[in-house]
Design a protein around this ligand. Structure first.
Ligand code: ARG
Length: 645
């Protein structure tokens, strides 16, 4: 705050404009909103609380930096246009803003570029990797720093052991990672949770399959792929057996009807029923449910080795988890408790031996949800209900976000409605389903991609090829394989986050790895180029490395390109705030691409090396600040900005 106070003092403002719940030391726009509010209120007599929230961003730069739609003030005036003009006329010019301009019934306020630059650049250069973020937002009580941070659980990725990691998991991983970073940037305490699909009869099948075809070596080397292969093989056997049993039953029926002997077929059928894969798997799973050490032991090894492998892959995406939970971890007691509440509150009913919740009473779309099968076993939904009760006890969260594909919209609506009916609005009110559309055609040259590692490997290889296309540049990259890998990951992530979450998109390897268009590599290039500008400047004049760039003579930044860049840097904190509202990664990406475009058209106009020393320092300050903001935005998205490529 001291820095802002002294900057504003040199501009002739004796105190920092600050309306309630604003952060002038962290967000330049907060200064301007408060300042305009104060001046306009003084001049017109309109209440500050009415003015402040009415100041909005503009869609076009020619409308100003902030705009006030006068009708939104809700003051009764016969002639709105005239009233707008009257307000604008009353508004004095100030060190920070020009005389406003009226278009129709809106007043446009333009920040004075020189003072904006003197506020924004030092703020970015001083706040560095925290510029744009605001840890106060996550406080339980925004006015009391000692009130502690609110807690959010972000549940994301959540793949199923021994099954392919499909597009839905990929998107959940990317979007969930972003949301976790977003909340962290806003000062929330974030619990990153992975809720594995790791329970059910299929794990009995898997264990039996492992006895038949498994290899310890393979399990250690490649647990995820190996378990999947085994699963496919045993499932085939199970499937064949089921078909055979069906056939045998028909034969027995036909033979009996003809009065013929069917004892051979019946014996075979009995044998299959008693010893077939299905029955073995059922028994095995029962062993797991009963906590038999051997059954649990093998299953746990599958789970643990898979998690170890997943951890490595997630690390490549800059993701780590605080809690590897999963369907297996939901306690019977929690589900029993949930069942008791549902019976007591008459939420559920018996339906031919099964237990269901009839949600059609509330909405046709919600349907009837089964929460217990005839044989007494729990279901996916039952486990989610139990898990939510446990998470409340364990974490006392303020919010919980489920990042799951929109194919499961119904499942999550049922879950939240049932919690509400159970009298646990305290849970359902805090829960949110963040959904997303599908990825179409997620296949690589090696066929349909099944595992996250395969996707990342293939895209890294493709990126490596693209890089080789420019031999000159390629030779300068120190570690091309590593760089290609990072760029490949950025390519996948940016393609995924570019559109609104709910939209489907095509997995297009050629497009996402291109340096042209709004792609991951393009964004990385923008960052690397800024790093290179700095390196080159320091190469020509090593004393620059020691220099405090905040002391640069920023009045030398007069060019329209420089001013445009400063305006964009100024709006990063507001973009971050807006992203908290939209919870859409595209809000950040759109901003970053706009900045990358402004940067690439600025280089010809704002040369660094070769300019007069003071100009060079001022432009360096601008570019270092721009690099910082790009970097901050990329990190929220979960990208690893590269310094060379
Ligand atoms: N494992 C599930 C699947 O692959 C996703 C889990 C989503 N989370 C939840 N709490 N139901 O479809």
């Amino acid at each position: 705050m001291e820095d802002v106070t002294s900057t504003l003092a040199t501009l002739g403002l004796d105190k920092v404009p600050q309306e309630a719940n604003t952060y002038p030391a962290l967000n330049p726009f907060d200064i301007y909103r408060s300042h305009i509010t104060e001046l306009l209120s003084q001049a017109s007599g309109v209440d500050k609380h009415v003015i402040y929230p009415t100041l909005a961003w503009t869609a076009k730069p020619e409308h100003g930096d902030l705009q006030l739609a006068v009708p939104a003030l809700r003051l009764k005036k016969k002639d709105m246009k005239a009233f707008a003009q009257e307000l604008a006329d009353q508004f004095p010019e100030s060190p920070l803003v020009k005389k406003p301009i009226v278009t129709n019934t809106s007043i446009g306020f333009f920040f004075k570029p020189e003072t904006l630059t003197s506020i924004v650049l030092p703020m970015v250069l001083r706040s560095k990797d925290s510029y744009g973020f605001n840890k106060n937002l996550g406080l339980k009580n925004p006015l009391d720093p000692s009130s502690g941070a609110k807690k959010v659980i972000v549940e994301f990725s959540s793949p199923n052991i021994a099954k392919p990691f499909h597009a839905g998991h990929l998107r959940s991983t990317i979007i969930g990672g972003f949301l976790a970073n977003l909340y962290e940037g806003a000062g929330w305490e974030v619990i990153r949770m992975n809720y594995l699909g790791d329970w059910g009869k299929q794990y009995g099948i898997l264990a039996i399959g492992f006895e038949l075809f498994g290899s310890e070596d393979e399990l250690v080397k490649n647990p995820i792929g190996h378990l999947y292969d085994i699963y496919v093989r045993v499932s085939q056997i199970q499937h064949d057996e089921a078909a055979l049993m069906k056939k045998l039953k028909e034969e027995v029926g036909a033979l009996k009807a003809d009065g013929k002997d069917s004892s051979e077929q019946e014996a075979q059928l009995k044998r299959l029923e008693a010893e077939g894969m299905d029955e073995k798997a059922r028994k095995y799973f029962k062993g797991m449910v009963d906590g038999e050490p051997k059954a649990i032991g093998i299953w746990k090894r599958f789970r643990d080795t898979s998690i170890e492998k997943y951890k490595q892959t997630y690390a490549r995406l800059n993701i780590r988890y605080d809690d590897y939970s999963g369907e297996s971890q939901v306690k019977d007691e929690s589900m029993d408790l949930a069942a008791k509440i549902m019976w007591d509150k008459k939420v559920c009913e018996d339906s031919e031996g099964a237990v269901i919740v009839d949600l059609t009473k509330y909405s046709k779309k919600l349907g009837k949800a089964v929460i217990k099968k005839k044989d007494g076993t729990s279901l996916y939904l039952t486990r989610d209900i139990g898990a939510a009760l446990e998470r409340v006890d364990k974490y006392q969260f303020d919010r919980m976000i489920y990042v799951v594909a929109s194919q499961q919209d119904l499942h999550l609506s049922q879950l939240f409605k049932i919690e509400e009916l159970m009298g646990r609005k305290d849970i359902s009110d805090k829960c949110q389903h963040i959904n997303f559309g599908m990825v179409l055609g997620m296949s690589t040259r090696k066929g349909t991609a099944k595992f996250l590692d395969d996707i990342l490997r293939d895209v890294g290889e493709k990126m490596h090829e693209v890089m080789k296309g420019n031999q000159n540049k390629y030779e300068q990259v120190k570690d091309p394989v590593q760089t290609a890998d990072t760029l490949g990951i950025s390519a996948v992530m940016v393609q995924d986050m570019k559109g609104k979450r709910i939209n489907n998109y095509n997995f297009d390897m050629d497009r996402m790895t291109s340096f042209e268009g709004d792609t991951g590599p393009y964004l990385q290039y923008a960052h690397a180029r800024l790093c290179s500008i700095y390196r080159k400047a320091v190469d020509t004049d090593p004393s620059l490395a020691e220099l405090d760039l905040t002391s640069a003579d920023l009045t030398l930044l007069q060019e329209p390109h420089a001013i445009e860049l400063v305006r964009q840097l100024a709006s990063w904190p507001d973009t971050f705030l807006n992203t908290l509202k939209t919870q859409e990664p595209t809000t950040v990406l759109t901003y970053l691409f706009k900045m990358a475009h402004a940067l690439s058209s600025s280089y010809d106009h704002l040369q660094v090396v070769g300019s007069e020393r003071n100009v060079m320092i001022a432009r360096l300050a601008l570019y270092v600040a721009a690099r910082q903001v790009l970097n901050n935005g990329m990190r929220v998205l979960g990208l690893s900005p590269v310094e060379r490529m």
